[in-house]
Ligand binder design. Structure first.
Ligand SMILES: [Mg+2]
Length: 311
């Protein structure tokens, strides 16, 4: 792995998040009428262009924590520093957060629970809040040549710090199977690595009951777009992000497509964008978008330190 791969996975996600922030909660109809075509500011959260959200903040907190190896106590403390003290934010304020994440981090901060006992595990606690921040662990597992069994446990645990239900943990792991396929097979085309990654995850989960993945393991990519949902349920976000990657030919088009579904635009975009940048490379991110990212030098420094720690 080289440093450009770390930049791709992390910054490719941050740029996509920032692209989606002004459009969060828009309806599909309004996006179709007035599609996103480039990085803009204001809109839903009134933030200037290049402002990224909680999705990137938690991703960066994870990167910062992993520099010192895997330590769940340290990782959840850094999540709390984001939520309660606005660390890892572009303008020193938290303008967006998910309720499951809020409850889990409150369990840590105020109820003194151990890190792996903080996440919520009800079937209704399956928002996309762990999938959106999982890419740093994917990179860590790849760089460390971790056996797949160990990867699955690690990814599940890191999800469980906030999202402990098996659908969330499995969604993060399916994403990891695909991302590992990209990293390990740089010469294959994007559609092939996506399908191969999904196949590997299907084999892994074949003895377990996951009816929520019926479409993903069925005909997801031949569905019409209006069958997809842009709501924040982790399975829908995984489906939408993968669909956008599968049906486009560049980083730019993958992330714009994710935003133009409306709904949870920033999160669907970061999930799609981190994967697309991993495939197309850091240089595929439009320079014009990158230059607008608030705190880009700080983000790059974190990535540099993370990369050095992986050796
Ligand atoms: Mg967000």
């Amino acid at each position: 792995m080289n440093v450009e791969t770390v930049y791709a996975g992390i910054i490719g996600g941050v740029v996509a998040d920032a692209l989606g922030v002004p459009f969060e909660f828009s309806t599909l109809d309004s996006m179709m009428e007035n599609p996103a075509t480039t990085m803009v500011g204001y809109g839903t959260h009134g933030q200037p262009e290049g402002t990224w959200s909680d999705d990137s903040s938690m991703t960066l907190a994870t990167v910062d924590s992993l520099i010192h190896g895997v330590d769940y106590e340290d990782m959840i403390q850094k999540f709390c520093e984001w939520l309660f003290e606005a660390k890892y934010t572009p303008h020193g304020e938290v303008f967006d957060n998910g309720c499951t994440t809020y409850s889990a981090l409150s369990n840590y901060r105020h109820a003194n629970r151990s890190p792996l006992d903080c996440g919520l595990d009800g079937e209704r606690d399956n928002g996309n809040g762990s999938l959106m921040r999982i890419m740093p662990i994917v990179l860590y597992a790849n760089a460390k040549d971790m056996p797949i069994g160990q990867q699955i446990e690690l990814i599940g645990d890191v999800s469980a710090l906030t999202h402990a239900h098996k659908f969330s943990k499995a969604s993060c792991n399916i994403y990891n199977f695909i991302a590992q396929e990209i990293l390990d097979n740089p010469d294959k085309d994007f559609k092939t690595v996506i399908v191969d990654g999904i196949d590997k995850s299907r084999k892994h989960y074949e003895n377990e009951e996951y009816p929520c993945f019926d479409r993903l393991y069925g005909n997801l990519f031949s569905l019409d777009e209006d069958n997809l949902s842009s709501k924040g349920y982790v399975v829908y976000s995984l489906e939408t992000a993968l669909y956008c990657c599968y049906h486009t030919g560049s980083y730019e088009h993958a992330v714009l497509k994710a935003v133009n579904f409306g709904g949870d635009t920033d999160t669907n975009a970061i999930i799609a964008g981190a994967l697309a940048a991993l495939y197309y490379g850091f240089n595929s991110i439009p320079r014009e978008w990158l230059d607008k990212i608030v705190g880009l030098d700080y983000i790059k420094e974190l990535c540099d330190d993370f990369y050095k720690s992986l050796k």
